[in-house]
Design a protein around this ligand. Structure first.
Ligand code: IMP
Length: 186
């Protein structure tokens, strides 16, 4: 087994990351730490700032950042997903999408760092915004996101079903493959 420290304040994400990486022979230690979320235009910039903030940690360290992107709203809320949800919830999105295409995708960028070396891995899941919120599982935008090929939202599905196809699990599986291949920094 190789060890990896996952830094986040979210225990749910830590459990998901540990479950996804276990089959790759990676043991995940969760370190709870508040990380900077600068106003930036890409997830990659946010992840780079988070990696800068964990330089003091030894060994392999993993951080991630995610967002919901709606192409008909020019990618909004995107990197502002967390701020937007906290202040406005779902109302304005439903309002804005009354006359616009409802396609959307979640995207995660995971950042792996060891000493001076770092690498980023992205994962996405495509879908659409539901007509109304449904379901109690998951978190964040899960009640309004219907993945392609599903008729229900992420929040209506068991967490294992979401994790099989989620943006985060797709990005983290790439981390696992790179680590299992022995050259995670290329
Ligand atoms: P962060 O990566 O924790 O900063 O997430 C940004 C925002 O996207 C937060 O408001 C989350 O609620 C939302 N988000 C991230 N991942 C998911 C997910 O898997 N489902 C639903 N919402 C998510």
């Amino acid at each position: 087994m190789t060890d990896l420290t996952f830094v986040s304040t979210n225990p749910g994400k830590a459990r998901e990351v540990a479950a996804v990486l276990h089959p790759y022979g990676v043991r995940v230690r969760w370190k709870r730490r508040e990380l900077p979320e600068p106003q930036a235009s890409t997830l990659e910039e946010v992840v780079a700032a988070k990696l800068d903030a964990v330089r003091d940690l030894r060994g392999r360290v993993l951080v991630e950042d995610s967002g919901l992107f709606i192409p008909s709203l020019r990618g909004f809320p995107g990197v502002y997903s967390a701020h937007f949800l906290k202040i406005w919830k779902f109302g304005p999105i439903f309002e804005l999408l009354r006359a616009r295409p409802r396609g959307a995708y979640f995207r995660t960028v995971a950042g792996l760092q060891e000493g001076r070396r770092r690498a980023m891995f992205a994962g996405e899941v495509r879908g659409s915004i539901a007509r109304r919120p449904a379901g109690r599982n998951g978190f964040g935008y899960d009640p309004i996101f219907v993945p392609v090929g599903w008729v229900r939202t992420f929040a209506e599905a068991p967490v294992e079903a979401k994790n099989r196809i989620s943006h985060r699990s797709r990005a983290i599986r790439k981390v696992g493959e790179a680590m299992a291949g022995g050259r995670p920094f290329g």
